[in-house]
Design a protein around this ligand. Structure first.
Ligand code: ADP
Ligand code: MG
Length: 236
């Protein structure tokens, strides 16, 4: 509607795709589960950020998204909260493997995502494990063996653990590639492609990137199906 249009203009949101739902401009209008709204309230967040406002309703429709937005725009909850709702709908057994998989370029970023996932997912009884290199595999494997809903991983370490056959990705139906441009810059493309081969093709895929060069466009074209593109601000 008109108010959606003016919100988009005011926040420099550009969306490309068919039948785009209006942005959810306040938490009251989101229809998010109460336990998640409570966490958002406890965190003192006044309103969804523009990327959240526009990508939540699209993600909740089950559609693929490629979002181009700079850091600090609230992308993490932009994909985690629809991921939590996806998990509630699926009711998969965490002992058979994760349902939500987030790939992240570095240990630091992966850990931050896990902290956010635990903070906002705890009251929904969502479990999250973080897999990254430069640390012993033992504790990470133990966490996986306990059963987990969400895995946040760097591509190198997840690939090592997949080669050991210590985790199955055949229940993953919500896949996030966070900071895709950075993962490609760091040379993770072969690992990403190997990992995605183990994820069923019937899935929802969300890709987040700060820049939109041709390497990122190429991997988006290969891994996403008819994605809605959301740009925030004048990133290219
Ligand atoms: P990005 O991944 O886009 O760089 P983050 O997801 O790391 O951004 O979010 C940046 C900061 O903003 C985090 O500290 C996060 O907790 C906070 N944040 C997320 N959503 C909101 C919101 N709706 N209102 C206020 N702060 C928020
Ligand atoms: Mg981020």
């Amino acid at each position: 509607g008109l108010s959606g249009e003016s919100y988009r203009r005011r926040h420099e949101i550009t969306v490309t795709g068919d039948n785009i739902p209006p942005p959810l401009t306040s938490f009251d209008s989101t229809g998010l589960p109460l336990e998640i709204l409570r966490e958002v309230h406890n965190a003192g967040f006044p309103a969804p950020t523009p990327i959240q406002a526009q990508s939540w309703p699209i993600a909740l429709q089950g559609r693929d998204i490629v979002a181009i937005a700079k850091t600090g725009s609230g992308k993490t909850l932009g994909y985690l909260i629809p991921g939590f709702i996806h998990l509630k709908r699926r009711r998969n057994n965490p002992h058979l493997g994760p349902t939500v998989l987030v790939l992240s370029p570095t240990r630091e970023l992966a850990t931050q995502i896990q902290v956010e996932a635990i903070k906002f997912g705890k009251s929904s009884r969502i479990s999250c494990t973080c897999l990254y290199g430069g640390a012993p595999k033992g504790p990470q494997l133990k966490d996986l063996d306990r059963g987990v809903d969400v895995v946040v991983a760097t591509p190198g370490r997840l690939n090592d653990i997949l080669e050991m056959r210590r985790v199955s990705l055949n229940q993953v139906s919500y896949l996030v590639l966070d900071e895709a441009d950075r993962m490609l810059d760091m040379g993770f493309e072969p690992q990403i492609r190997k990992i995605v081969k183990e994820v069923p093709t019937r899935r929802q895929t969300l890709m987040y990137t700060a820049t939109w060069p041709k390497e990122v466009r190429k991997i988006a074209a290969d891994l996403l199906v008819n994605p809605v593109q959301v740009n925030i601000g004048n990133v290219d």
